[in-house]
Ligand binder design. Structure first.
Ligand code: DC
Length: 239
C-alpha cells in the first residue's frame, strides 16, 4: 500500500474520477463543463470563479491588486458558498461574505482583475487544497487554466479547449449581451488578447495543455459538436 507522504497535498481522493478542462478565456469551457457535469452526475469546480472572487474581495476591502501577501491572505480566508440551482443559465449561485455576487463576478473587468491576481504564487498556493477538496464521489469536472497541469495532474481525462481569439470574442460578446450586459465587441477582442498574453506567459502555472491532454480547437465547431466530442472522450475514458 502506498502512503501519502506526511504533509503532502492529496490531489485526487481514491476512486473519484476527475475530468480536467483547461483553455483560454471564452473557449466555451464553462458551458461544456456544466453540461458534462450534468450528463455524468459529477460535481463541478469553476476555478476561474475563485480568482474572480479574490479580485472582487480585494476591491471590496481596498486591497491593492499588486499586493501579493494581502491577496494571499484573502485567498486563504475566502468566505464563499456555491449553491447549485435548477437554472441552466445560472447553474450556481455564488455568495461572497454574505453577498450574492453571481453576476458581479462575470463582468469583463472582473475577469481582468482575476487574471491579475492569478499571477501570484502565494495566491495560487493558497487555493490549491480548496480546489482539490471539490473532488468528491462520484467525480468532478474541473474547469480552469491549470487543472490538468497543476491542480489535478492525475486526472482521468484532460481536455484542452481552444478557439481563435476572434471566435472567442464573438462568443463572449453574445454571452454577455444575453445576460443584459452592455459591451463592445472590439473591446472584448482586445481584452481577450491581453488576458491570453497574461495567462499564457506568467511564471507560475501558465496556461498550456497538459502533455497528455486531448486538444480540441472549436473555432469551426458548434457547441453541440464540441460537447459530443468531449462526452465521447469521457465515456471512453471513464467506462
Ligand atoms: O475562467 P475565467 O475567465 O473565469 O478565469 C478568470 C481568470 O482567472 C483567468 O483570466 C486567469 C485566472 N485563472 C487561473 O489563473 N487559473 C485557473 N485555474 C482559472 C482561472
Amino acid at each position: 500500500m502506498t502512503q501519502q507522504p506526511s504533509g503532502a497535498l492529496q490531489n485526487e481522493p481514491r476512486g473519484v474520477l476527475v475530468v480536467a478542462i483547461d483553455g483560454p478565456s471564452g473557449s466555451g469551457k464553462g458551458t461544456i463543463a456544466h453540461r458534462l457535469a450534468a450528463a455524468l452526475g459529477f460535481h463541478i469546480l469553476d476555478s476561474g470563479a475563485l480568482y474572480r472572487l479574490i479580485g472582487l474581495a480585494a476591491c471590496n476591502h481596498q486591497v491593492d491588486l499588486a499586493d501579493e501577501a494581502a491577496l494571499a491572505k484573502i485567498a486563504a480566508e475566502l468566505d464563499v458558498h456555491f449553491i447549485p440551482t435548477e437554472d441552466p443559465q445560472e447553474p450556481l449561485q455564488i455568495v461572497l461574505e454574505g453577498q450574492h455576487v453571481t453576476r458581479l463576478i462575470r463582468t469583463d473587468d472582473a475577469g481582468t482583475n482575476a487574471s491579475q491576481v492569478a499571477k501570484f504564487t502565494a495566491v495560487r498556493d493558497a487555493l490549491i487544497q480548496r480546489q482539490r477538496d471539490f473532488a468528491q464521489a462520484p467525480g468532478l469536472i474541473a474547469d480552469g487554466r491549470d487543472m490538468g497541469t497543476v491542480v489535478f495532474p492525475d486526472a482521468a481525462l484532460k481536455i484542452y479547449l481552444t478557439a481563435s481569439a476572434e471566435a472567442r470574442a464573438q462568443r463572449r460578446y453574445k454571452q454577455l449581451k444575453d445576460k443584459g450586459m452592455g459591451v463592445s465587441l472590439h473591446a472584448l477582442f482586445l481584452s481577450i488578447q491581453a488576458r491570453d498574453e497574461q495567462d499564457m506567459n506568467r511564471l507560475v502555472a501558465p496556461l498550456k495543455p497538459a502533455a497528455d491532454a486531448l486538444i480540441i480547437d472549436s473555432t469551426e465547431m458548434s457547441l453541440e459538436e464540441v460537447f459530443d466530442t468531449v462526452l465521447a472522450a469521457a465515456q471512453a475514458r471513464l467506462g
